[in-house]
Design a protein around this ligand. Structure first.
Ligand code: G3H
Ligand code: ZN
Length: 287
């Protein structure tokens, strides 16, 4: 199947009270691992590149080609959405040009009126090409690829204004944090999520999905979260499995140093964690 936009998939998730996972890719192994998890569970999936990861891999066009060609060569039949994660204005425009099927314009660090205006512009450009758009209100705490958020809760009136631009999904700060959660983290702000979901029909996005307890994720989904972003947990799973392989001395046995062998346990670990998260999110199988 060729890659698709996120429109029908996330609207169905919001009305069906489940979520579809959004997983960050960093290279070929990540891409294959995420796609394998989607295919094995027969569920739709969103694969995304941050600006930093795209730069690392060689640019947006290369990332798009990588995903498209991997979908083809692996014979993936489930819907795959190719998304820009936390893009600035220029990156969002570039990904629309290049042919991503979905983009996030993250204007949370701009004055609100500028975030609103630029979101409107990106929505107009993207929708003219049948590309879906995610925007952000309030900020996600922590740091991801140089994007630093203080973690303010989304303001309901501001969120309503951004939703009214016609964005297809909306990331809202509700106490969530990128990266590892500190021991003194107070948990998600469900009261704010309820207020947002009562006023906004747009599918809501939970960033910083790594390390949130399953019960909190599932409660957030029951209240209107339809897209859950996960990156750090895949990185930790990959690093942990690779460390075990090397600490067991397997790279020193035969041709265990061959990257096709050395990277295999980490790749499988990503597939395993993505499959587990798909189960947590309640993503239904494709009919
Ligand atoms: O945009 C991507 C994410 O929000 C992932 O956050 O690395 O904490 O899972 P995470
Ligand atoms: Zn994020």
């Amino acid at each position: 199947m060729s890659i698709v936009n996120g429109k029908g998939i996330f609207d169905a998730a919001r009305s069906g009270h489940y979520a579809v996972g959004a997983f960050n890719t960093n290279n070929l192994e990540w891409t294959r691992a995420i796609l394998a998890a989607a295919q094995e569970t027969n569920t739709p999936i969103l694969i995304q590149t941050s600006m930093g990861a795209a730069k690392y891999m060689g640019g947006y066009e290369l990332c798009l080609n990588l995903v498209q060609q991997t979908v083809k060569s692996m014979g993936i039949t489930v819907p795959v959405i190719m998304h820009l994660d936390h893009g600035n204005y220029e990156a969002a425009k570039e990904c629309i040009e290049v042919g991503y099927t979905s983009v996030m314009f993250d204007g949370h660090d701009l004055p609100f009126e500028e975030n609103l205006e630029k979101t409107k512009e990106i929505v107009a450009l993207a929708h003219a090409k049948n590309i879906t758009v995610e925007a952000e209100v309030g900020s996600i705490g922590g740091e991801e690829d140089g994007i630093i958020g203080e973690g303010e809760l989304a303001d309901v009136e501001e969120a309503k204004k951004i939703a009214a631009t016609g964005v297809d999904y909306l990331a809202c700060g509700i106490g969530n944090i990128h990266g590892k959660y500190p021991a003194n983290w107070k948990g998600l702000h469900f009261d704010r999520l309820k207020e947002l979901a009562a006023e906004i029909a747009t599918p809501l996005v939970l960033h910083g999905g790594s390390g949130i307890p399953k019960e909190q994720i599932q409660k957030a989904i029951s209240l209107g979260v339809s897209k859950v972003n996960v990156n750090t947990e895949c990185q930790l799973a990959f690093a942990d499995a690779t460390r075990k392989y090397i600490e067991a001395g397997k790279d020193l046995e035969g041709k265990g140093y061959d990257p096709r062998k050395l990277l295999a346990p980490g790749t499988q670990a990503i597939t395993d964690i993505v499959k587990e998260r798909i189960d947590w999110f309640g993503t239904p199988e494709v009919k």
